[in-house]
Design a protein around this ligand. Sequence first.
Ligand code: HSE
Length: 433
Amino acid sequence: MSAPSLQIGLAGFGNVGAGVYKNIQKNSHLLLERSGRDLVVRRIAVRDPAKAREVKLPPELVTTNLDDLVLDPEIDMIIELIGGIDRAFAFVKAALENGKAVVTGNKALLAERGQELFAIAEEHGRPIYYEAAVAGGIPIIKTVQESLIGNHIQSVVGIINGTCNYILTRMTEANLRYEEALEEAQKLGYAEADPTLDVNGWDAAHKAIILASLSYGCWVPCDKIYVEGVESVRAEDIAFADKLGYTIKLLGVIKLHEESKAIEVRVQPSLVAKDHILSSVKGVFNAILVQGDVVGETLFYGSGAGQDPTSSSVIADIADAAANIDARDGSGFITHGLYGKPLPIEESVSKYYLRVEAEDRPGVLARIATVLGDHGIGILSLIQPEDHNEEYAPIVLMLHFAPFGRVREALKVIRAMDCIRDEPALLRVEDLG
Ligand code: HSE
């Protein structure tokens, strides 16, 4: 007797969609053995069937109408890889309402409208799978959902944008300018078609929101987290950080504050000690450190972007859905009220790297130190290179642990001083133990 099939409607045939199709064909036998179902791509929805593609689009499966997937009673499962928010929301909602399981890699959709979608999923008893939405090929969603279910998650700290990590790595190791490194990342297919969300930190932020929400069983709103991207990271800061024994990485940081039960969520370029394992994560690779109260520290590493790694996660979800297609319980997101609200960013505490361009004359350093002292901020160390011959020179200060709000206040005062030019560079120094 032949195995039962799982009929799939694939929406989107871009980099990841094409990879999913290609790799389902490539490993069809293995997937059949493992999932017990024959995975059949029944329809593929694309915007432009005539577009030139590396992976050939099978013409007999193509439609330009998403309704052809949602309204086809033979289709068991929808794979949403069209990106964007509003159209994808309407599509996923309709798929759930029509009794389909959903697999999506759309982090923006889940971070912005996940709460509504999971409520719809719950109502219709159909699950949403979203492994590919966070960290490409690393199975971090399943890990938090299942493998670490017995833990209070104390922190999740990760490099969760491959494009930014690629850019920072190339700026550090090949002395490329930011624009050159970005162009390389785009050519290699790591950056989104519009790389704005990669470089302004929001791609990582959407992933951090999903991880934080999943770890703490409550939806973290987008406007309650703090986000900075890599656009303003300068080559000179990379060089100064290097001298001080650090690498600059774009980190997503999620932390539980034990007493208040508040959840800190932020994405910022940060200094990581060179001897910490996250410093050695290079190129498009991602790595996520998860600290649980039972398991201790765990580390997950792998390709965070790219066609094959991301399609590996989508296919894992498809196989999972195939194995559970008849079970009509659980949306894929469990909410509970055990933890508190997001921590206001002003209250988050760390050490800092501060570079100011200051007039090179007596008394300037003392004035800066006084402002910091007045705000209760201690100086750990400072460097000013001797070999400058301009009227202004960089002063780099490493600052002691202090609340971010207080540091920003001090910085406003320093920026307004007549002896300071240009925007100061302020970066977190992440204390990773
Ligand atoms: N463009 C993303 C990255 C991959 O560079 O990590 C998809 O989120």
